[in-house]
Design a protein around this ligand. Structure first.
Ligand SMILES: [Zn+2]
Length: 112
């Protein structure tokens, strides 16, 4: 009976160790890219991030390869990626056609 408890304990400790190692690995990779050779895996990180360093470490940390921000078209309500959107007078549209349509047809609420 006691051996079962020991096995369970070993299993939990093993899982915790794997998790801790993975977390430490991810941290060294992140800090290695931003600050330079700090960890043991600094060589691999440097080789990969030398090109990205010129782009700016702060920018990569602020936007870690997230999905593109989506905007909502004022005219039709469709959500479109920001790069494909057209912004006119602070209002975002999914395409230029909708921007023109919205400008040509001002609603009563907008006119006021
Ligand atoms: Zn639209």
């Amino acid at each position: 009976m006691r051996q079962i408890f020991l096995l369970i304990l070993l299993f939990i400790v093993g899982q915790w160790l794997v998790k801790a190692v993975r977390r430490a690995d991810a941290r060294t990779q992140r800090t290695g890219g931003a600050t330079g050779p700090t960890g043991a895996t600094g060589d691999a990180g440097n080789a990969r991030t030398t090109g990205a360093n010129s782009a700016g470490a702060g920018a990569t940390r602020a936007a870690p390869q997230l999905a593109e921000p989506m905007i909502r078209c004022v005219e039709c309500g469709v959500h479109a990626p920001k790069s494909d959107s057209v912004v006119v007078a602070g209002q975002a549209f999914c395409c230029a056609e909708h921007a023109h349509r919205h400008a040509a047809r001002p609603t009563g609420r907008e006119a006021r």
